[in-house]
Design a protein around this ligand. Structure first.
Ligand SMILES: [Zn+2]
Length: 219
C-alpha cells in the first residue's frame, strides 16, 4: 500500500488524526474501528460533510466539522451526530455538593472538578487549590490526573455575576476534552444560572442535555 506521507512527522500527524472517505454503502472497517475504540479520533468524509469521530473512555462524540459538501462526492453518509456519556450520567448528589461549595465561597468565585475512574466507574469531586479568589477573578491549580482517572467536568462559579463563558474561559478550555460548566447568580435563593458546553476537538459544542442524573434544568 502506498503511504499517505513519506515524512515521519507528517505520517505521525496523519496517524494521530486519520481521515477516511466513507464508502457509498456507508460502512468501513477503519471507521467502525474508530467508532468502537476506547480512545482516539479521526475524520470521516461523507457526501454530507466531514464528521469528527472522537472517543474517550468516558465520551463518544460524532460531530460535524463542516457543512454538507456541495461538490459531487461518490461517498456515503458520514452518519448522525451524537454526544454520549459512556460514563453514564453524573450522580445528582455531586451537583448538590458542588453548589453548596460554590455558595459557601461567596462573595468570591470558586471551582470544582468531577473525575471519573474508567476501571471502577466511580465519580469523584475535588475542589482545587485556589491561589487567588475575588468576586470577579479566580486563579486555581489545574487538576492533577491519577492513572485511570479522567476529568469529566470542569466547573467554576461567577459568584453573584451572570453565567457565561468569558474570553479567559475560552482560552482555558481551548485544548481540552471535557464538559465545562459555569454557575452564576449564586447569591439568589432560587436555582442558580448555568452555562454549559462540551469542549472537544478544539470546538465548543452545546450539550444535548444536563450531564447530571435527575437534573431537569437544561442549560
Ligand atoms: Zn468564567
Amino acid at each position: 500500500m502506498t503511504m499517505l506521507a513519506d515524512d515521519p512527522t507528517a505520517a505521525a500527524l496523519l496517524a494521530a488524526m486519520p481521515c477516511y472517505p466513507v464508502p457509498s454503502q456507508g460502512r468501513s472497517p477503519a471507521i467502525e474501528a474508530l467508532r468502537t475504540a476506547r480512545a482516539g479520533q479521526g475524520l470521516a468524509v461523507g457526501h454530507d460533510g466531514v464528521m469528527l469521530i472522537l472517543r474517550r473512555p468516558w465520551l463518544a462524540l460524532d460531530a460535524w466539522v463542516t457543512p454538507p459538501i456541495s461538490a459531487y462526492l461518490p461517498y456515503g453518509s458520514a452518519g448522525t451526530p451524537r454526544a454520549d456519556l459512556r460514563c453514564g450520567l453524573i450522580p445528582g448528589e455531586l451537583l448538590k455538593r458542588i453548589l453548596e461549595h460554590l455558595r459557601g465561597a461567596l462573595p468570591n468565585e470558586s471551582a470544582a472538578f468531577i473525575f471519573w475512574n474508567a476501571v471502577t466507574r466511580e465519580f469523584s469531586v475535588e475542589f482545587p487549590i485556589i491561589d487567588e479568589a475575588t468576586p470577579s477573578r479566580l486563579v486555581y491549580h489545574p487538576p492533577i490526573l491519577r492513572p485511570d482517572w479522567y476529568l469529566i467536568c470542569d466547573i467554576h462559579s461567577h459568584a453573584a455575576g451572570p453565567a457565561f463563558f468569558s474570553a479567559t474561559d475560552d482560552v482555558d478550555d481551548a485544548h481540552s476534552t471535557k464538559i465545562s460548566l459555569v454557575f452564576g447568580r449564586l447569591d439568589h435563593a432560587s436555582s442558580p444560572l448555568a452555562a454549559s458546553r462540551l469542549c472537544a476537538g478544539g470546538m465548543f459544542l452545546p450539550l444535548p442535555r444536563s450531564p447530571f442524573a435527575g437534573d431537569r434544568h437544561e442549560s
